[in-house]
Design a protein around this ligand. Sequence first.
Ligand code: IVH
Length: 671
Amino acid sequence: MTKSEATDRITTLRQELELHNHRYYVLAEPMISDQQFDVMLKELEQLEAEHPELADANSPTQRVGGDITKSFVTVVHKYPMLSLSNSYSREEVAEFVARAEKEVGRTTYVMELKYDGVAISLSYLNGELVRGVTRGDGEKGDDITANVRTVRSIPLKLRGDFPKELEARGEILFMRAQFDKLNAERARNGEELYANPRNTAAGSLKQQDPKDVAKRGLDNFIYTLQGEHLPSRSHYENIQAAHRWGFKTPDPKRRFIERADSVEGIMAFIDHWDKARHQLEMDIDGVVVKVDDRNVQEELGLTAKSPRWAIAYKFQAEQAVTRLNGVGYQVGRTGAITPVAELEPVLLAGTTVKRASLHNADQIAKLDLHIGDFVKVEKGGEIIPKIVGVELARRVADAAPVVFPENCPECNTALVRYEGEAQHYCPNEHACPPQITGRIEHFVGRKMMAIDGLGGETVVELVRAGLIHNVADLYDLKKEQLLDLGKGWGEKSASQVIDGIAASKAIPFEQVLFALGIRHVGETVAKKIARSVGSIDKLISMGKEELTGIDEVGGVIAQSILDFFAVEGNRSIVERLRETGLCFQGEAQQGPVSDLLAGKSIVVSGVFLNFSRDGIKASIESHGGKVSGSISKKTSFVLAGADMGPAKRTKAEELGVPVIDEEEYRRMIGA
Ligand code: IVH
């Protein structure tokens, strides 16, 4: 293919892919199959790889993730991103209308849904997406353009009669189905579930790797336009125009947006969505009422933070009252104890609620819960409803208070509460059954050791049968042992598990590290550590100071790593896993951290506060220095910890070799 043929083909593919993307994600009217789409995308990817000079940040290939963003740049908004004043009653909405009409006379209103997501401002120049910025403080926000490009319902190129310069504002959010899918996957992988769609959307958009964002499957609605040359003075008309240019906008046919000339019309819209909101495919937390005419909007003007021409009506979080039958205590993989209220089933926001989260002991104390209490249950954005209050008047005289247990409900070990943490923990990590099974379930998960055929129930079965007690035991399992279990086990299922276990030996170090289940070391952190450190031996040798030098590792994570390897049981499991051939080494992708100690020969002596023995050596080497065993004239300096032997000190003095302490060393390496 000649260069000009390639250029033509790339242009065609880009246009077609963006067209099909729009049909699928904005209009929900696909014209081709997913496979056909993928074939075209692959072809485009290949051509772009062969012709890097034809790269385009708005190519459909960028939707699966462009370059990593190291840190998000702060950008000043051309038009400030205002917030809305909130109201919680219909009277307040009526007052808003009365206030506005007193000033400007009768006018028309637009009612919209109040999407419960993350606000975004999208700038387009000549129809090309040039920037996506978060709301931030309203004046300036973070440039998250690469992440925004992965949101399929946001057009990268506009179509039709768009103005040259345009800012489209809207909300990035999760459709409930997509959010549930993500959580189902996390459950399968033994990962902690995301609490609610809004926070997850916000967290997703702050990921540094757009490829991770692309996988989340975020969505978007545009609810306002800004620019000097918008097609109409009517906000409603502008939104319809935005739809023609390729944006996903609220659908009038589904009453996602509506116009009204009176308070009655506004109330009808509120009434409708107060009931119908639970059937929606996404979360909304209210409706927004705006004056339609932009001239009238300008006349009404702004207060300090919010416009006088718009108001949000927030729905009451739906509540129900039901009886507290008891409190159960769940023990997680890390030993964390979570109290769960067992409720008399009650209908709330479209679903039957039987359980509510109680978070921790403090929460129970704050509510002063008694068994048999009538409790107020509320469903906010969270999946699991929460108890927000007790109807004290209905409490029976001899009701027993809920007492948080002192011992683990599963293994009876005395619970502990670490300083600064709200949660209680069962410290019996190697013998408490749900912790054992929880850790093994985590270990075999798809993003960890990906062992086929070993789901949660199978793990529990194997532990109960006494075949495995920890993750290392998996590698001693024999097919015959599984067949001997009888019911449900056949040649095929047994082979699948054994083969899956064998195959897991090829899993790379970063996943193995994640699989170990060190507290706070999730998928991303494990990846960072593995890539920066390169091997488990190195990791075990590192002190707190060095650990916190790794990208994304702070004090809490560092301490958790130290605590994990301080436990003899954990070290011996790692050792056994290593002997069976698991991968505990990867390519360290970081060269020396600096050359601050280049050319220096350093003797280390004594013990240190912030480094292990191996750790301080590794630290010296990572700054380009050489560690030598004995003091000579060539020694640049002796790094002395506590307990440095007197003989060494005398020798250093004799040879005129400077002796420095840990503090000075840390200053040297800029710590
Ligand atoms: S209009 C000046 N319309 O609510 C008005 N906002 O408190 C600017 N939101 O930050 C916003 N749905 O994230 C508008 N239909 C809608 C909305 C909406 C959700 C959010 C938005 C904004 C916040 C305002």
